[in-house]
Write a protein that binds this ligand. Sequence first.
Ligand code: ZN
Length: 266
Amino acid sequence: MEKVVLYRFPAGCNAKDDLLSYLRSMLDEVCGKIAEKFAVYDRAGRPRKAFILDVLTRYTCPCCAVKALTQMRRPEVDSIFKECHNLAVTLLIQALRNMSKSCFAVDGEFSCEYGRLDVLVRRLNGGLLQVQAGGKELIVEVKTNMGVSMKQALRYLMEKPEATAIVWRVRKRQILVIDGKKHRALIAIYIAAALQQGLTVLNGDFTPCNHNLMAEPFELKNPQSFLDDFLTCLTDGLPKIVDMVLEALLISPQSLGMGAGEITPP
Ligand SMILES: [Zn+2]
């Protein structure tokens, strides 16, 4: 296979705007080539870009990245995490819809080019969705376990660099905000890192490794205490995350006719 050369920044490239779209188009191309080389397509015959980007940014070892691309096996996750995650997403979506008073639209399980997002909130203008981006929409990613993954947040900001991504770590009682406008440079570096790994994988510029790709399946030692803790943190955290979403959208709770953190019964 012909060697893919390292991407070059075009002359006169405006670092603020052009660079991101240039890097994105390079990433698209590299993902397309990786899909072709390793036959990574979905049922509709489209390159599985979200999966490819996930692999490229998950493994720093290129050989492991190739193993992941060709094996397609994922470590099993205890379904209690999935169930708790879905519960938190559902409660958050309905709490936000309850407060929206036609001020904003709330969608769940929203597909973007590089993956699926938990919650998407968009400001409405007089009942109409505002077409232009720019601080008018945000996403919330819900984390059930103690880990924190910023990948979905970064993938979303790649597409919408003017928007905000919020990561809700339910059990840590933490709400973290990534403002795309503040971190444009990081988003560019993130895409560049994926590109670097993508080119290494495409060109086969690496030696075989002995890493064991399959992590041991994670066993919950005490599901009862996990569940008790999760449900308590969920109840406490819900009004806080709702407040945070309104704040990020520059909507005052008073303008919706309620005090901060208050969720009106349906
Ligand atoms: Zn490896």
